[in-house]
Design a binder for this molecule. Structure first.
Ligand code: CTP
Length: 410
């Protein structure tokens, strides 16, 4: 996709360098149009190097290209971050005194503005009226976040983090192929209590499950996350049910899956829990520690797969360690054992798989056959999984009885 990234003159302009990176790493082509004043914050060389394209700020640069028109026609999506109070005012009044505002008058694609400014400026009646007018005209204006601003002050006016802006922007052009679908996704990692202060846990952050939720919501689905110990904000429009243990996750997933079209088990569910939970804090008492006795937790994915309704699609994950060949072999065995419609095989290790890192995953069908793959950030894997889910759901509708996606997953 071709994305025009406008940059206004705010301290948050540096965040747009990360936003640009997110777009290019997801395979999109980006042209940056900063305002002249924004170059005080982030210089032209940064935008040119990161986008791989020359950068202009005014209509009298690169005149033969008539950029305000050519860029407007070129773009499939426009994102302006940060959008300052001045930029919002100029856009609302249809002014075109620099290349960015002129291009905003020529574009015909979806436009997302991500404002950032001091709270007083954001709440000023002039800005409020400008935002209302832009929204009335179909421009998408994000609400800024409430948090630390340029100085020691804080309040509404902070630019949302680049991944949130990227998700909101890409949602504007996402296919609505999950519209009307109910999706339930488990995310995070369960905690199994030993005593009131200690638990057995795992290193899952919930990022992958939350990214899948955001991707499905962007494609029109109504989405619920069953969230085990995750410290992430809920994606826009997504309901979050919080759980702690595998047992709680199991009940919440069964309840939510009853009327879901798509069930995704992205959570790292503890396989074992302490056989006994002490009501009081366990003490050292100077002696040998008691051996820890564990008992098996239910396999929620296997249960959900067994309870699958006709037409319902169940997707699981397989976290495996080892070299690529071993990971695939273990994933294939798990795919056959668990019987989910798709199993996403995910290599994990000390520095692989957890948190904000890129990954390479393989999609297997219930026979262990490879039906697709995805590589990149958790958002990219989530987008590929949403593609795969939509393909499987559509296949089921058009060809009853088929249980696996056969193409378009890569
Ligand atoms: N899972 C589950 N309930 C469990 C354990 C895992 O529902 N008690 C789900 C996970 O959410 C994931 C899939 O099963 O979708 C595979 O999880 P993984 O940890 O890779 O495998 P395990 O089932 O634990 O199998 P193994 O111990 O052989 O790796």
């Amino acid at each position: 996709m071709r994305i025009l990234l406008g940059v206004g003159a705010g301290i948050a302009a540096y965040k747009s360098a990360f936003l640009l990176r997110l777009f290019t790493e997801a395979g999109h082509e980006v042209r940056v149009v900063p305002t002249a004043a924004s170059l005080e914050f982030v210089g032209r060389a940064t935008w040119e190097a990161l986008s791989g394209h020359p950068v202009s700020t005014g209509v009298f640069e690169n005149v033969p290209a008539v950029e305000h028109v050519s860029l407007g026609r070129w773009a499939d999506l426009v994102v302006v971050a940060p959008a300052t109070a001045d930029l919002l005012a100029r856009a609302a009044s249809g002014r075109c005194d620099d290349l960015l505002t002129a291009a905003l008058l020529t574009v015909r694609c979806p436009v997302l503005l991500a404002p950032a400014m001091h709270t007083e400026m954001w709440q000023h009646p002039a800005t409020v009226a400008n935002v209302a007018l832009l929204r009335e005209r179909g421009v998408h204006v994000l609400d800024p976040e409430d948090g630390r601003l340029t100085g020691a002050d804080s309040g509404p006016g902070r630019l949302p983090e680049p991944p949130s802006i990227a998700r909101a922007a890409l949602a504007l052009v996402a296919p609505q192929d999950l519209a009307g679908r109910r999706v339930v996704i488990s995310a995070g990692g369960t905690h199994e209590s030993l005593d009131p202060v200690r638990f057995l846990g795992n290193r899952s952050t919930g990022r992958q499950g939350y990214a899948i939720a955001a991707a499905c919501a962007a494609r029109g689905a109504s989405v619920e996350i069953v969230s085990a110990n995750v410290a992430l904000p809920a994606p826009t429009g997504v309901t979050v049910v919080r759980v702690e243990t595998a047992e709680q996750l199991r009940s919440a997933m069964h309840a939510a899956a009853a009327d879901a079209d798509l069930v995704v088990m992205a959570a790292a569910v503890a396989d074992f829990r302490p056989a006994r939970r002490s009501a009081a804090k366990l003490k050292k008492d100077g002696g040998e520690p008691e051996p820890l006795r564990l008992e098996l937790n239910p396999d929620v994915l296997a249960e959900l797969t067994a309870a699958r309704r006709p037409g319902q699609v169940v997707i699981g994950f397989a976290a495996e360690t080892g070299d690529a060949e071993t990971v695939l072999r273990l994933g294939q065995e798990k795919a056959r054992r668990k019987g989910a419609d798709l199993l996403v095989v995910n290599p994990v290790g000390e520095s692989t798989g957890f948190g904000d890192v890129g990954t390479t995953v393989t999609f297997l069908d219930s026979r262990g056959e490879i039906v697709g793959a995805a590589e990149g950030s958790k958002d990219q894997v989530a987008a590929a999984l949403a593609d795969a889910a939509a393909a499987v759901l559509t296949d089921r509708l058009t060809e009853p009885g088929r249980t696996v996606a056969r193409g378009g997953l890569d």
